[in-house]
Ligand binder design. Structure first.
Ligand SMILES: [Zn+2]
Length: 186
């Protein structure tokens, strides 16, 4: 998910990590269901680190592996954008196990630059996931975190936030994107 406001970003970690390019709609990888992660090794940990750096570089607060052309059920989230280390969340093979209430807020997506629309989401969700070591855990979130988790888990199922708009709104957005593509501005 894209960050709302632009704030100064601190310097990246000393260890150079590969910064992956974020793929844009209509790349087919964004419409595919990501594969379950079954191997929890050093390579996975490196990928998670790279995903955080790629997300920060792209000014995002959430990034799902399909957005960097890796069709796996991995997502990283940091709704505080480096301000609070506790907000750095890794969800592997996540699943929403409970939800409640409703919130309607504007969302953006790194794969849909400059498109922002109000999306209806649950106000509270409980998510079951695994960490980088394969250890299962549960996490609950409301407001921005709740919304971000729903947005990112959608990516793992091949769903974009524009797929959750009304048919009319979605068509307007798609028309806008088509025009941008035609003009070479996408
Ligand atoms: Zn997104």
């Amino acid at each position: 998910m894209a960050k709302t406001s632009k704030t100064a970003t601190s310097k990246a970690a000393t260890k150079p990590l590969k910064i992956h390019e974020v793929v844009k709609y209509p790349d087919p990888v964004l419409a595919r269901r990501g594969e379950e992660v079954t191997v929890f090794d050093e390579e996975l940990k490196k990928l998670v680190d790279e995903m955080f750096e790629s997300m920060y570089t792209a000014q995002g607060i959430g990034l799902a592996a399909p957005q960097i052309n890796i069709s796996k059920r991995i997502t990283v989230i940091d709704v505080s954008f480096k301000k609070n280390p506790k907000d750095k969340i890794v969800l592997i093979n996540p699943e929403i196990v409970d939800r409640n209430g409703k919130q309607l807020e504007e969302e953006g997506c790194l794969s849909l630059p400059d498109i922002r629309e109000k999306v209806s989401r649950a106000e509270w969700v409980k998510v079951k996931a695994q960490d980088e070591n394969g250890k299962p855990f549960e996490i609950e979130g409301t407001e921005l975190l709740g919304r971000c988790m729903q947005h990112e888990i959608d990516h793992l199922d091949g769903i974009l936030f524009i797929d959750r708009l009304s048919r009319l709104k979605r068509e307007l957005v798609l028309r806008k994107i088509k025009k941008l593509i035609k003009n070479g501005e996408w």
